[in-house]
Each structure stands twice: as C-alpha cells, then as structure tokens.
Design a protein around this ligand. Structure first.
Ligand code: NAP
Length: 301
C-alpha cells in the first residue's frame, strides 16, 4: 500500500533477462546483441539510467530508447505493475540489466529507498537521471486550493530536486553525469487553468539552469526537455476533462489540442525519447543548461 511498508519487496530486478529463460517476447533478439554479431558501438554502453515515472508514457519510451543503446535501466514510479512490466520488457528485448522500483517522488523516504535499492543492485548510483515523474491537473485559479498547489510542487518540482540531490554526488565523484528534466512548454509560457502545473514546471527550468551553471566544469550536464502535447495517458486525461467540462466530443477535444501545434498533431513519446538520448550520450556533451522544446513549433523560444 502506498506510503506504508508492504510485505513484498518494493523492487524487482531483471538480470540480462533474454539470457535466462522465461521471456515471453515474440520478437527476435536484437541483431546488435546476437552471438557472432559484429561489435557495434552503443551510445549508452556501461551507463546506468534511472528514470522516474518510467512505468508508462514518455518515461517508458525513454527506458526503451536508452536500453536500445546499451544502458542498464532503473524505472521508478508508484504503480508497481507498470514499472515491473517495463523493466521486464526492456530486459527481454535488449538483454540489459533492469530494476523496477516502487517509488513516490513526493515522499523523501521513498526516494531515499529507491536510490538505496538502485545502488545496491548496480553497485553505485545512476550515471543518467531522468526526472520525468509528473502530474497535471486543470482547475480555474480560484479552485486551485493549497493541496493541489502543493501536490504539483511536491511531485513536479521537489521530486526533481530530491532525486537530483541523491544522484549528483555519485556523478561528481565519477566526473561524468547527465540530469535530464522533463519539464513542459508550460514551463516557458502560461495557459489558463494550469497555474499550479505551469508554476511547478517554471521552477524545474530555474533549477535546471542554476544547477547546469554550478556543475558545468565537472563533466555533468543538466538540461530540460519541454514537450508540447504528447500522446500519453496524461493527454488522454486532459481530453476527458475537456469533454466533461465543455460537452465537446473526444474527437473535437483532441482536435483542439492538436491545433495548438503548427504541425497539427500530438508529439510522440519516442520523439521526446530521441532528444533525451542525445542529451544522455557523449554526442550531447556540449548541450548544458538548455530547455529544448519538442512541440512542433508551438512555442518559439
Ligand atoms: P503519464 O502517462 O501520466 O505518466 C506519468 C508517469 O509519472 C507515470 O509513470 C506515473 O506513475 C509517474 N508519476 C506520477 N506521479 C508520481 C509520483 N508521485 N512518484 C513517482 N512517479 C510518479 O504522463 P506523461 O505524459 O508520460 O508525462 C511524463 C512527464 O512529461 C511529466 O513530467 C509531464 O508533466 C511531462 N509532460 C507531459 C506532456 C503531455 O502532453 N503528456 C507535455 C509536457 C510535459 P505512477 O502514477 O504509477 O506513479
């Protein structure tokens, strides 16, 4: 149960799953990892990535993109079944070591336990931290009460702070690290009914820029990605909300969100993951302190 110690462990590890029996995947093994395949350089070989909110949506897409490039993966979120499923699938598909950790980033103790399990499993903290866990609720400002305000700050902003604070010492020790914060274009602009969300994401950008300057000479980069509307459950919930509040059909509500982008479409999780991969890799080492939009041109700064 959330917030209480459960009888079963809060983490589950999957070691080189394809090499052990039991993978239910019907996919052929990756040609990059088959016996006799030529040695191909993988961008994240020997890196450990911890992805918060890795159980679905953007975090899940990032877990797959990083594992495809050889990273070991720890995924952390509150819904155990989802993180276990991603860790299992990734281990099966790419043969990398994975860990699923039940974690609430709004709870400092829970985050501490997640990092402790990760260190125990992999012999050290993450080389790459993706602060992706997030919530978004929409209310008029006068209905935005203290609890809702605090929820957004706790998960989206303080959760990012907490995880980064635990990941950074190991990165500083190794002289290499990547912190990638999944913010939002709402962290650059405002929009009606999302004061709490937008404020929390503006905070994430402030944190990103300040820390990037602080650690710039240490081999660590700190960046943010600012997606527009992405085709995930978060956006589906937004559509349900528009339908409930306005009486529009789901198709019309979706069309409204698509039209926010000059490309007249939603972004995919994989598109966000492609940028996260660049930021995580050696190729991205010159990018620091940036807040990069993946929004089809919705916002032009
Ligand atoms: P999603 O499908 O709702 O996934 C959110 C993930 O965050 C889930 O794995 C969720 O798992 C996890 N999470 C939520 N609260 C958490 C908590 N307290 N502790 C740990 N994990 C938590 O949303 P998404 O679209 O993939 O969003 C991912 C990130 O992208 C968020 O930061 C969001 O603000 C940002 N973003 C999304 C969009 C969009 O249009 N979808 C646009 C811009 C930015 P549990 O609920 O199981 O904990």
């Amino acid at each position: 149960m959330r917030g209480k110690r459960s009888a079963t462990p809060l983490w589950m590890s999957f070691r080189k799953k394809r090499q052990t029996e039991g993978c239910r995947t019907s996919k052929a093994p990756s040609p990059l990892r088959s016996a006799g395949a030529p040695q191909i350089f993988m961008k994240l070989e020997n890196r450990l990535a911890l992805i918060t909110g890795g159980g679905r949506g953007i975090g899940r897409a990032i877990a797959f993109a990083f594992a495809r490039e050889g990273a070991s993966i720890a995924v952390a979120a509150r819904t155990r079944a989802q993180v276990e499923s991603v860790a299992y699938e990734v281990a099966c598909e790419f043969g990398v070591e994975t860990l699923a950790v039940e974690c609430d980033v709004a709870d400092a103790e829970s985050v501490g336990r997640a990092f402790a399990h990760t260190s125990e499993q992999f012999g050290g903290g993450p080389d790459i931290l993706v602060n992706n866990a997030g919530i978004a609720e929409t209310y008029p400002f006068v209905k935005t009460d203290e609890a809702m305000w605090q929820r957004h700050l706790e998960v989206n902003l303080t959760g990012t702070f907490r995880c980064t604070r635990l990941a950074l010492p190991g990165m500083l020790e190794h002289g290499w690290g990547r912190v990638i914060n999944i913010a939002s274009i709402a962290g650059k602009t405002g929009a009606p009914y999302i004061s709490a969300y937008s404020a929390s994401k503006h905070g994430v950008l402030g944190l990103t820029r300040s820390l990037a300057l602080e650690v710039g000479a240490t081999g660590i980069t700190v960046n943010a990605i600012c997606p527009g509307y992405v085709d995930t459950e978060m956006t589906s919930r937004g559509i349900e909300n528009i339908v409930a509040k306005t009486g529009k059909s789901a198709d019309d509500a979706l069309a409204v969100l698509k039209r926010a982008s000059p490309q007249n479409r939603l972004v995919t999780g994989e598109e966000v993951a492609a940028l996260a991969l660049l930021l995580a890799s050696e190729d991205g080492r010159g990018i620091n302190g940036q807040a990069i939009n993946v929004d089809g041109g919705t916002v032009l700064f």
